[in-house]
Design a binder for this molecule. Structure first.
Ligand SMILES: NC(=O)c1ccc[n+]([C@@H]2O[C@H](COP(=O)([O-])OP(=O)(O)OC[C@H]3O[C@@H](n4cnc5c(N)ncnc54)[C@H](O)[C@@H]3O)[C@@H](O)[C@H]2O)c1
Length: 416
């Protein structure tokens, strides 16, 4: 078995964390129980490129227990939990991931993962899928891939549009039981968790500027309000901006928000959202964090080129003393703050995301390569199944339609 991790001696710590997560992921656990008798993934090779966290550990165990042969790498240079990686290696999984890798090592790890010649790829951000296409991946035996996040789906839809996509992709992110929960509640809570762990600032009374009022932005804004912050939204989409205003937030262009913000959180999936002209207007002590997929939302080059001194305050916070004298703080090198400075999303929410991953991977395996290369939405029946199972695990019952109600809702004859 091949692997490359930071420290195998951390395995026992990692195992405890995965065991903890497993208890909090009942939907995935019950799916495993349901399918296990038939070993539906026997002989199937799966390559994963997804943050190596304790919840991903539960997904990996699930795929292994259903029969898959696996290799796995991280999908961000700073998000790997080294103890979890060590535990998974001890459990016999080929892991190529460690926290703090260089860009070069990051791509070496992806290539080591690709060497399995997978039948299914499981991706988060599309780096593995793009490498499979452009850097000598063995595409011929791939049934298809899944994609976990908004930015990855955007990239893969662009590949499809340009005629470059060579195998089918299940857009896991676009399942309602994924983006309406993971992106909103998961990132909302864990992004603030990361900011608080890195700085221990009091959020109450702060002006918190949230860039982007999509799924992640809504979650972060709502949680910041819960902490007592005054939230300001920046947007480029008039509809999203209007929703933010009517939800009770102030809406400003970044050039104005820059002057009043104490804490800035980017959640857009776009690049250069906070740039030089914004940084130069910021108050002394402003704190910057990113919750979007890539570290392109805050211009780190602009921070560096306008600073006379750069100092590391703690593991995850860097102080930039600007040439004009005031200080601006960047958390987690502008990478996903919830995974770099905290532990990523709570297990309960990853339960639904990874149930979607499992069911989507199984659909691709059942298709045995018969689907044409396109990005596929998730069936509503899959969403319904997962939501129902989650409610059951929470001991929550809901109403059902009577025959009369069903007829009424699908008919047109009854009016005023
Ligand atoms: N941190 C995490 O764990 C985590 C979890 C889920 C998604 N994500 C990532 O977060 C990002 C956002 O995901 P989402 O699901 O909220 O996407 P979304 O499409 O629902 O929302 C993005 C919003 O940002 C706005 N926007 C785009 N460019 C902008 C700009 N320059 N300035 C201001 N607003 C801008 C868009 O109009 C949109 O309303 C993606 O990169 C996604 O991959 C991260």
């Amino acid at each position: 078995m091949k692997y490359r991790i930071k420290d195998p001696s951390l395995a026992s710590e990692g195992k405890k964390k995965i065991d903890w997560a497993e208890v909090h992921m009942p939907v995935l656990f019950n799916l495993k129980k349901k399918f296990k008798l038939n070993s539906p993934l026997d002989g199937v090779k799966v390559a994963g490129c997804l943050h190596v966290t304790k919840e991903t550990g539960v997904l990996i165990r699930t795929l292994r227990d259903l029969g898959a042969e696996l290799t796995w790498c991280g999908c961000n240079p700073l998000s790997t939990q080294d103890d979890v990686a060590a535990a998974l290696v001890e459990e016999g999984i080929s892991i190529f991931a460690s926290r703090g890798v260089s860009n070069e090592q990051y791509y070496d790890d992806i290539h080591a993962t690709m060497a399995l010649s997978p039948n299914v790829t499981i991706d988060d951000g599309a780096d593995l899928t793009v490498e499979m296409h452009n850097s000598g991946g063995n595409i011929s035996q791939v049934y298809g891939g899944t994609e976990e996040t908004t930015t990855g789906v955007v990239r893969l839809r662009a590949m499809e549009k340009n005629g470059k996509l060579k195998y089918p992709i299940m857009a896991v992110n676009d399942a309602e039981t994924k983006h309406d929960f993971d992106n909103v509640y998961g990132t909302g809570q864990s992004a603030l968790d990361g900011i608080i762990r890195a700085t221990n600032i009091l959020i109450a009374g702060k002006n918190v500027v949230v860039s982007g009022y999509g799924h992640v932005g809504k979650g972060v804004a709502r949680r910041a309000v819960g902490h007592g912050a005054n939230v300001i939204i920046t947007e480029i989409d008039p509809i999203a901006a209007l929703k933010a205003k009517l939800d009770g937030y102030s809406v400003l262009p970044m050039i104005s928000a820059a002057e009043t913000g104490d804490l800035f959180v980017t959640t857009t999936g776009c690049k250069d959202v906070i740039r030089e002209e914004h940084i130069l207007r910021m108050k002394d002590g402003s704190i910057l964090a990113n919750a979007g997929h890539f570290n392109v939302e805050i211009s780190i080059d602009a921070l560096k080129s306008n600073s006379k001194l750069v100092k590391q305050i703690n593991d995850n916070t860097t102080e930039y003393e600007l040439n004009k004298g005031n200080k601006v703080y960047l958390i987690g090198e502008g990478r996903l703050v919830n995974l770099v400075a905290a532990e990523g999303h709570p297990s309960e929410v990853m339960d639904m995301s990874f149930a979607n991953q499992l069911l989507s991977a199984m659909k691709l395996i059942q298709s045995k390569g018969s689907l044409s290369p396109a990005v596929y939405d998730i069936d509503r029946t899959q969403d319904q199944e997962i939501a129902r199972a989650k409610l059951e695990s929470m001991d929550i019952n809901i109403d059902t339609l009577s025959d009369e109600q069903e007829t009424y809702l699908t008919g047109f004859s009854e009016g005023t």
